[in-house]
Design a protein around this ligand. Structure first.
Ligand code: AMP
Ligand code: MG
Length: 333
């Protein structure tokens, strides 16, 4: 199969709609990361999303709709706080989990009785969703476990020859996946941290919990249980700079090509080292993280990461992705 990368215009949108309605896959830009879209109502199309990505069959998908789509067609009621959150943050990088009406393929929710819904802010995503005018399921457009894509080229690198069309909307400025928020209980609960932060949600909803999986429990958001965001090179994450510098030196002494992955502030202190800078602010770090991880896997034998110091807000999402990309553990020394 030829994989076309096309700019978003009337011709490419008509082609995208044709592919979707025939059960095919179309990758598209959003403000977070690129999505791999399929017709949410079509069992075979939804199953092919799992097959092409190598995605575990129990990790549910998010349904994407345009801003004028009436979500009561697919979800079964919402608490007042959820309506307030929609007015405050949508369109935008917030995915809301609702009781499902069962109107989309049963393969979307993987046996859960909930459906997650997102209304992207990206004009390219909205043009695509308006042209299709159906709920489009879309996980991130990367092979399962690999780093999420923030450019059309990243999508191409993972899926060339496997999908017919990538709609190129430029670089994704947000950089990390949407916040996933459980809206089925009395208080909203964050299942995955993202650019819409706990603080922002609590300011509108009055309160906001954060879900932590307990040992032995069936995860509320199955995606959280998986290895994720991993670059194809060795990685090590250090709580402090000293440990990272020692690891960098060890890797270099053994003939490897280490790169330091760190904030711009840390990078400035080490002009003599090979460095991939995440930037200065939490928003810059979110926007740069995946591109730096993909650069790192191309040029480094080992990515040696230094945990940024900032906490809270957008950093919740950044640190969650960075830690998981580095195998889930932080070396204290
Ligand atoms: P992605 O693979 O980037 O599309 O991420 C989608 C995330 O949303 C995964 O962590 C899923 O587990 C989560 N998710 C999707 N649908 C639901 C749902 N109905 N309930 C809980 N989590 C969900
Ligand atoms: Mg993903």
């Amino acid at each position: 199969m030829q994989t076309q990368i096309l700019p978003v215009n009337a011709r490419s949108l008509a082609l995208a709609k044709e592919i979707l309605l025939a059960g095919g896959l179309v990758a598209f830009h959003t403000e977070t990361v690129y999505g791999l879209g399929a017709d949410a109502r079509n069992d075979e199309a939804v199953r092919s999303v799992f097959a092409v990505k190598g995605r575990p069959a129990d990790n549910p998908l998010i349904a994407h709709v345009h801003p004028d789509y009436d979500i009561s067609r697919i979800v079964d009621g919402e608490p007042p706080y959820a309506a307030a959150l929609r007015r405050a943050f949508l369109p935008g990088p917030l995915t809301m989990v609702y009781p499902s009406k069962g109107k989309v393929s049963r393969f979307v929710s993987c046996g859960l009785d909930t459906l997650s819904v997102r209304v992207p802010a990206s004009p390219a995503a909205q043009a695509f969703l308006r042209a299709a005018d159906i709920p489009v399921v879309a996980p991130s457009a990367n092979l399962s476990k690999h780093v999420s894509p923030v450019t059309a080229q990243h999508v191409y690198d993972d899926f060339a020859g496997k999908i017919p069309l990538i709609l190129d909307g430029g670089r994704c400025e947000g950089g990390i996946e949407s916040t996933v928020l459980d809206c089925t209980g009395p208080v909203p609960q964050i299942l995955r941290a993202g650019l819409v932060t706990r603080e922002m949600i609590a300011a509108v909803a009055g309160d906001c919990g954060v879900y932590h999986m307990k040992e032995g429990e069936k995860p509320k958001s199955p995606g959280m249980a998986y290895k994720h965001y991993s670059p194809r090179c060795r990685t090590a994450l250090f709580a402090a700079e000293e440990g990272a510098l020692a690891e960098y030196a060890r890797e270099e002494a053994s003939g490897g090509t280490p790169y330091l992955l760190c904030t711009e502030q840390t990078a400035r202190r080490h002009p003599g080292l090979r460095v991939l800078s995440l930037g200065e602010t939490p928003e810059e770090m979110a926007a740069n993280l995946y591109a730096r991880l993909r650069e790192g896997e191309r040029c480094a034998t080992e990515l040696v990461a230094v945990l940024p110091e900032a906490r809270g807000g957008v950093m919740d999402g950044v640190l969650n992705r960075l830690t998981r990309a580095c195998g889930g553990t932080v070396n204290e020394t």
